[in-house]
Design a protein around this ligand. Sequence first.
Ligand SMILES: C[S@@+](CC[C@H](N)C(=O)[O-])C[C@H]1O[C@@H](n2cnc3c(N)ncnc32)[C@H](O)[C@@H]1O
Length: 414
Amino acid sequence: MTLSAAATDLAAVLIGERLGLDCPQHRRSDFAEAIAATARYARARSAEDLLARLASLDDEAPEWRKLAQLLTVGETYFFRDDGCFAALGSQVLPRLIAARLHAGTPRLRVWSAGCSTGEEAYSLAMLLDGLLPDAFRWELDILGTDVNRAALEVARRGVYRSWSLRATPSELRERYFAGHPGGFAVRDELRRRVRFAPFNLAGQRQPAAGSVDLLFCRNVLMYLSPATARRAITRLQAALAPDGWLVVAPAEAAAQSFRPLTPVNFPGAILFTRERSSPGPVAAAPPTPDVRPVARPVRRPAPPAAAPEPPAVTLERARALADRGQLREALDQCLAVLRRDPLDPAGHVLLAAIRQERDELGPALDALRRALYLDPDCAEAHAALGHLLLKRGEGRRARRHLETAARLGARAET
Ligand SMILES: C[S@@+](CC[C@H](N)C(=O)[O-])C[C@H]1O[C@@H](n2cnc3c(N)ncnc32)[C@H](O)[C@@H]1O
């Protein structure tokens, strides 16, 4: 079943309204294929017939569920982005915990919005478990939501392949996972602490206002249309407790999008809160060991005048190191540049190249998606993504990106 350009346009509008998903040029054929597949699944006579039906169905209908499953990108893993978890474990959560204890309300609400298959929500549960030795005295609500119900079923089952645990320290693997024929199963005790529910960020439902202490919405806004993302951000902000924190991915953290929240810089992460002042040392925090190894390169005080200037942290230097095959140093350099300027697509493209050289294909893919989120017309990112997808045997998607790269390249030359 092939879709006409007019039907694809209509699908893009309808899917944009209902699922909030953006349909840039390079995703048009994904949308067309998903509509064709859903038409077959729903035994519709034609794509146009399905589109007419979709318009009158509510989001719970199997046709919409199928589309959500086909069109969302669910890439995720436990403890994704260690800078973020380090900031939470060493500063943000101890402050929140201390504040709740001080107020005599030992209660914390944590929400992973766009949780995909649940790794993020379980990571938060592990982090909290490590920070709260007396967790049983606390009222903890750890919620993962997503528009893709098939992903939520995986989350509820809690069984993962080792690839999902690639950034999970071995002591946490041992403590929170049991062996399973499918890989690793989240131990029941932890699994019971996390609940999962469908929630469409593009829908009309407003989550309970002023109640969420820690709200994760990472690598989700980048797939939404700008208007839907703006509406979603407004609702998410309203859901935050007065001293709550919002966590988005570094590439999504353009401060102006989150006003009136204030961005607070941590090594390797930018988090948002209503508080004016950035958190200093956590004087009032209870003596709670951090479950994540939070050691990250600490910025040292300026050297004495006679000491040689350290080389500047730049993309050029990162590129030169990569060219010389010094991949570990190139990676550190590139990550340092991105911490300073997470919105630079060129940095993400270089990061992807370094990751790819290190055989870290998942993170490389992530980096390229971020680059394209920041600049959908970045020919270099399309080309790199095309080659990476070819390597993964995804010929059709690869071809689309390579074609887009060629088109953009030709446009740049004229
Ligand atoms: C790349 S995953 C991010 C998973 C996790 N937050 C992370 O950063 O590792 C993006 C998730 O956003 C979800 N998503 C996309 N559109 C959504 C919407 N309108 N409402 C809720 N979730 C949505 C997708 O289903 C997918 O599971």
